[in-house]
Every structure is written in C-alpha cells, then in structure tokens.
Design a protein around this ligand. Structure first.
Ligand code: IMP
Ligand code: MG
Length: 186
C-alpha cells in the first residue's frame, strides 16, 4: 500500500521505518529520564524539522519537563545548508537554572547547533545538551557531538518524520532517501 502513494514514489528507498524509530525513541526516552532525574529539564524543539520527533520523544520522557520552541533556518529550497542561520522566533520561557535539551531532527554540518548551543550556553541555564534523531558525522564542519543520537546515517539527503525537501515530505511516517531526480528536476 505504501509504495503506491505519491510520497513513497519519490523515494529511492525507506532508510528507517516507523517501527525502528519508535523503538529507538523508547530507548532514548529511558536514557534521558535517567540522566535528568531530579533536574529541572526544559526540552527545546527546533522548528520545523524536529516537531514529529519532539512530540514522540517527549512522551517517552518520564519527568515533569517544560517545553519550548525555537524556529531556525539554514536551508533554502536546496539540499545543501546555506551556512547562514536565521532565527525566526526564539524562546518564550525563562531558562535560568534549567537543564536545556535541544531536540533536533538531523545534524549535518553542525553549524545550526553549534550556533544555538553557544548562544544558550551564554545564558543563566544550568546546562545545554543535544538530542538528535539523525546524525551525518561525515558532513561535519564544526566540533559538535550530539549527547543523544537516534541513528547515525551515511551522507544522503533524507526526508520524512519531520524532515523536508522544500517544505514537503515532513508528513511521511518513515525516514527515506529522496530520489535525486526530485531535486535535479528544479
Ligand atoms: P546543519 O547546520 O548543516 O547541521 O544543518 C542542520 C539542518 O539542516 C537540519 O536541522 C535540517 O533542517 C537540515 N538538513 C540537514 N540534512 C538534511 C537532510 O538530509 N534532509 C533534510 N534536511 C536536512
Ligand atoms: Mg532542522
């Protein structure tokens, strides 16, 4: 059924299934629950890409965590990061004394998170950690190492489970490799 849908026809393949994602998020949730027990945790969702991961991860963290959202952009309509990070909207809550957990969809060059981490570490928060669903370490241009990572992947442009190409495919329930014909057509 899946392969007849338009979304799946645009993929080269499914890389990580929704079942694999759900199982890994349970593990991440357990680890984060253990690591932040007795600490005031604030989970920060980086919009828009991490919204699906964030919603699922939150419900596997068994702590009274606060949540907040930041909207950042480093990509235009391409498959390469522009390298210029634009903050579209920032935190709405006070971070003083809180342990911040940045929840991201994917770390690629690392520029987005290095920028954000440095900025948050300059506040009165207690600590800053990073949890990413996906990591592409072969593409790294900074020294950023995520504290929590769902899956390490090869250098491929992936979509689904929140990740987009030109704002599309975020609603695909699995993570798949986008067929290069989709972005070479434009
Ligand atoms: P970085 O600053 O190069 O690490 O870029 C991180 C951001 O680029 C992520 O939050 C994503 O929004 C986007 N990104 C990086 N790789 C991919 C990909 O393979 N598919 C979709 N978006 C990606
Ligand atoms: Mg993102």
């Amino acid at each position: 059924m899946e392969n007849t849908s338009k979304l799946y026809q645009d993929l080269d393949c499914v890389l990580i299934t929704r079942e694999q994602i759900a199982a890994r998020i349970k593990e991440l949730g357990k680890t984060i629950t253990r690591d932040f027990a007795d600490k005031s945790l604030m989970c920060i969702c980086i919009l828009k890409g991490s919204v699906v991961f964030f919603a699922d991860l939150l419900r596997e963290i068994d702590l009274p965590a606060e949540i907040d959202f930041i909207s950042l952009s480093s990509y235009g309509a391409g498959t390469e990061s522009s390298g210029t990070i634009t903050e579209r909207s920032g935190l709405s809550r006070d971070v003083t004394g809180k342990h911040l957990l940045i929840v991201e969809d994917i770390v690629d060059s690392g520029r987005t998170l290095s920028h954000l981490k440095a900025k948050l570490m300059n506040t009165d928060c207690a600590s800053v950690s990073v949890c990413t669903l996906l990591d592409k370490p072969s593409r790294r241009k900074t020294d950023l190492v995520p504290d929590y990572c769902g899956f390490t992947i090869e250098d491929a442009f992936v979509v689904g489970y929140g990740l987009d190409y030109d704002e599309k495919y975020r609603n695909l329930p699995d993570v798949g490799i986008l067929s290069p014909r989709i972005y070479s057509e434009v």
